[in-house]
Design a protein around this ligand. Sequence first.
Ligand SMILES: Cc1cc2nc3c(=O)[nH]c(=O)nc-3n(C[C@H](O)[C@H](O)[C@H](O)COP(=O)(O)OP(=O)(O)OC[C@H]3O[C@@H](n4cnc5c(N)ncnc54)[C@H](O)[C@@H]3O)c2cc1C
Length: 235
Amino acid sequence: LLVGADGANSRVREHAGIELTRSSYHQLALVCAVATEKSHQQTAWQCFMPTGPLAFLPLFNGQSSIVWSLDEDQAGEMLALDDAMFMRALAEASEYQLGDITAVSERKTFPLAHGHVNNYVKPGLALIGDAAHTIHPLAGQGANLGIADAISLADVLLTARQAGRQWYALHTLLKYQRQRKAENRLMETSMSGFKVLFGQTNPLLTEMRNAGLSLVDQLPAIKNLLSRHALGGGH
Ligand SMILES: Cc1cc2nc3c(=O)[nH]c(=O)nc-3n(C[C@H](O)[C@H](O)[C@H](O)COP(=O)(O)OP(=O)(O)OC[C@H]3O[C@@H](n4cnc5c(N)ncnc54)[C@H](O)[C@@H]3O)c2cc1C
C-alpha cells in the first residue's frame, strides 16, 4: 500500500491520475518570524481584517511566526518594503498588540487556495493530508485534518487486519475515504465561509457576525464543543 502524504503539490496524486478541484483565493500568505517589544505570553493572537487574517503564533525562542493573508498586489507591496518600513506597517496592522516589531526574518509568500480530490483512494493507494485537501489557514486547521486522516487510515487498516480481512483491499480503503471525506469537505466549506464572513464591510453583516461571536463566547458549553471539534476531539 502506498500512502501519498507528500503535501499540496503531491507527485503521488499526480502520478496516480487523481484529479484535484482547486480554487484560488487570489491571495498570498506572507510568513516570517518577528521579534516584538512585548512578550507573546505563549498566546496565539489573530486579527481579522477585511483583506484576511493576520496571525502571530508564539515560538519557543520568544519570537512570533506571522501569517498575514493579503491580496496579491498588497502582498507584493509588503515584500517590496525594506525591513524597517515593513516592521512599521506590520506593527500598525496589528494595532500594536505586541508593541513595536523589533526584528524580522526573511519574508516568504505562499499562494492561498482550497482544493479537494474526489477520490482519496485507488487500489493500492491512499492519499492523506494536504495531498487530498487544502483549506484556508485562517483557523490553523490544516495539520489537524491531516493527522485525523492518518489516524483514521491506520485505524481502518488495523481493524481489517485484526479481523483477518484484506487490509489493503479497495473496499477497506474506501472505508477510510467515507470516514474522512465529509468531515474534511465540511471544514473546507466552513473556512471559505469564514473567509467571506470576515471579509465583509457591510455594517449590518459585521454587526450580526460580531453579535454571533460574542454569544458563542458567553456560552461555555458551545464554546467548548467548538474548541474540542477544532482540536480533533471526535477522534
Ligand atoms: C501560510 C500557511 C500557514 C499555515 N498555518 C497553519 C496553522 O497555523 N495550523 C495548521 O494546522 N495548518 C496550517 N497550515 C496548513 C498546514 O501547513 C498543512 O495543512 C500541513 O502542513 C499539511 O501536512 P502534510 O503532511 O499533509 O503536508 P506537508 O506539511 O506539505 O508535508 C509534505 C512533506 O512531503 C515532502 N515531499 C513532497 N514531495 C516529496 C517528494 N517527491 N519526495 C520526498 N518528499 C516529498 C515535503 O518535503 C514535506 O515534508 C498553513 C499553511 C500555509 C500555506
